[in-house]
Design a protein around this ligand. Structure first.
Ligand code: PMP
Length: 364
């Protein structure tokens, strides 16, 4: 199973696999970006060439995600972790309440950061059952006084994913770090969406924020500049030096996704990839156990356990020898996790499914 450049099937949860043709283009353009005589990583963020890059990245993303005029696009830094804090610093004050739907480790961290600012209430918390499902948000007992409702569309560690866009009356905020651009999204349902680049977009560094005008207008005066959504938006993500390389590569990925038919195409490819693995789990007669309940299964992170710790170690070792790496699950879930983001190829999922079938047969 020789892959080009002796690459392996990389199931990393992030930074994750990027499209090979994009990496090749980056390589080809790295020393002299399109006749400018300098590399993209040596170029001023105020130069015409970079202004074109960031402008096109936003335009392409708007088309891909069908982002309405009511929403602004920001390319920030600090990762999703900074958004965990920046959101409550801007929109949750002492004596106010925000509601958190906690379906995994990342939602829990987001809620903990919010609790430093005000009252962060877990309107659902799956922790006691070790996070196995995603409840329907509109059926939760939401507090009409809450400043916003926060949820995580895909919990990367547990492999729990919302299957559809929720719609609530309160400001809806979503951490889409690990499934952004994996399927179409109804942006109008959300007031703020954020995602680090390093899974479905590009190299780590850039943090995408899509924020509604109506929420931006609620940014209080007197904010620290780097925490001020209104200022960052007015400056078109160029208040400080942005993460130029990550924005450039993400922009190439957006163009590729558009060329290949947009997010509905991506969605069906992802469904086929995930199905290959879940089918193997379900037909293994209990050798593999899926972590998530079936109605909450992630198409990005497939989590499963084996009958014992030694068998898990053997599985990971033999998989690595067969050119499939980064399959170890997070310690809180144990077992294995196959992260199969957009750029991860179907062939890699089929190879893993075949390997799983044979491994189960040989080790029952
Ligand atoms: N949220 C989710 C769903 C994630 O998967 C991650 C990263 N694995 C984070 C937040 C944290 O992102 P960052 O490291 O970019 O701060």
């Amino acid at each position: 199973m020789a892959l080009p450049y002796d690459r392996v099937y990389n199931f990393s949860a992030g930074p994750g696999t990027l499209p090979l043709d994009v990496l090749q283009q980056v390589q080809a353009e790295l020393l002299n970006y399109r006749g400018t005589g300098v590399s993209i990583i040596e170029m001023s963020h105020r130069s015409p060439a970079f202004e074109k890059i960031i402008h096109e990245a936003e335009e392409d993303l708007r088309v891909l995600l069908n982002i309405p005029e009511t929403h602004r696009v920001l390319f920030l830094q600090g990762g999703a972790n900074l958004q965990f804090s920046m959101i409550p610093i801007a929109f949750l004050y002492k004596h106010q309440i925000a509601e958190y739907v906690v379906t995994g480790t990342w939602g829990e961290k987001a809620m903990q950061a919010a609790a430093i600012e005000g009252t962060a209430h877990a309107v659902y918390n799956g922790k006691p059952e070790n996070y196995k499902r995603a409840p329907v948000i509109s059926e939760l007992d939401l507090n009409a006084m809450a400043q916003y409702v926060h949820f995580t569309s895909n919990e990367t560690i547990q492999g729990i994913q919302y299957q559809a866009d929720p719609k609530v009356v309160n400001h809806l905020i979503c951490d889409m770090s690990s499934d952004i651009l994996s399927r179409p999204v109804e942006i109008a349902n959300y007031d703020l969406i954020y995602a680090g680049a390093q899974k479905n977009m590009g190299p780590a560094g850039m943090t995408l924020v899509i924020i509604s005008e109506r929420l931006i207008h609620r940014t209080p005066d007197g904010m620290h500049p780097m925490l001020d959504y209104r200022l960052l938006s007015e400056k078109k993500s160029l208040y400080n030096t942005p993460c130029t390389f990550s924005i450039y590569v993400s922009g190439l990925v957006y163009k590729k996704l558009l060329r290949e038919g947009g997010l509905s195409t991506v969605q069906s490819k992802n469904a086929a990839k995930a199905e290959a693995l879940y089918h193997e789990i379900d037909s293994s007669e209990g050798f593999y156990t899926g972590h998530a309940l079936s109605d909450s299964r992630s198409q990005m992170n497939v989590t499963f356990t084996l009958p014992s710790e030694p068998l898990t170690t053997k599985f990971l070792m033999e998989a690595a020898l067969a050119g499939m790496v980064e399959l170890k699950g997070h310690r809180s879930v144990g077992g294995c996790r196959a992260s199969i983001y957009n750029a991860f190829p179907l062939e890699g999922c089929l190879a893993l499914a075949t390997f799983m079938g044979k491994f189960a047969q040989d080790n029952r």
